[in-house]
Design a protein around this ligand. Structure first.
Ligand code: FE
Length: 216
């Protein structure tokens, strides 16, 4: 079975948000699809290990913010590679509250959803959800997972449905340029040396968190 074929499916890059008592929480999701049009129902897949999964099960309500290509990549670093258990992800992020759910500014727009059913897989919960409020902010290109992978050179967090081991993701790349990989988010920098003041464009850590990628 050649699982690489799954990489031809299209995915976006979304921030799924909710509220744990008075605390705003959220994570990145790339597996979201519209299931029906009227009423508007979507399916969202969230890993069991994500704190957001637990909170959505308690509140039955969440937001989806659709990132655009020009959205600040640090949003992905914060929401995709850190846990709401440890930090306030909304510190430094522009957002507003809609129906008591935080949604992000500087995106293509948002949906606020109410869970109508769930389905469990071994690793993820699929939340079948009705869209109860929404707004369309811009006509800019939404960020796709392919764009994130190819242009921002980012990887899927370990909890993403599309996560693959690094050897699979990079098997089609054959280059003699040195590669340095961020140990936090997987961003790959190409060049002989990392500049001293280098900061990961996705998760914001310094060069000390980068490791030289050695080819197998
Ligand atoms: Fe990083």
């Amino acid at each position: 079975m050649d699982r690489k074929v799954l990489r031809n499916l299209s995915y976006g890059v979304y921030v799924v948000t909710s509220k744990d008592k008075d605390r705003n929480i959220g994570c990145i999701a790339n597996s979201i699809m519209q299931v029906t049009s009227n009423p508007s129902v979507i399916a969202v897949s969230i890993n069991h290990d994500n704190y957001t999964n637990k909170v959505i099960k308690e509140t039955n309500k969440f937001g989806v913010s659709i990132l655009k290509e020009k959205s600040n990549a640090k949003i992905i670093g914060t929401f995709g590679f850190k846990s709401s258990k440890d930090i306030d992800k909304f510190n430094d992020i522009d957002f507003k509250e809609i129906l008591e759910i935080p949604v992000l500014e500087n995106t293509c727009g948002y949906m606020v959803c109410k869970v109508i059913d769930t389905m469990e897989t071994e690793t993820h919960t699929v939340f079948l959800s009705k869209v109860i409020e929404a707004d369309d902010y811009s006509n800019e290109n939404p960020m796709t997972y392919k764009y994130y992978h190819e242009y921002l050179k980012g990887n899927a967090p370990k909890n993403a449905p599309t996560y693959e081991e690094q050897s699979i993701m990079s098997s089609d790349e054959d280059s003699k340029t040195k590669k340095w990989k961020c140990s936090i988010c997987g961003y790959v920098y190409e060049g002989d040396e990392l500049p001293d003041d280098f900061v990961c464009p996705i998760c914001g850590v310094g060069k000390e968190n980068f490791e030289l990628v050695t080819e197998e």
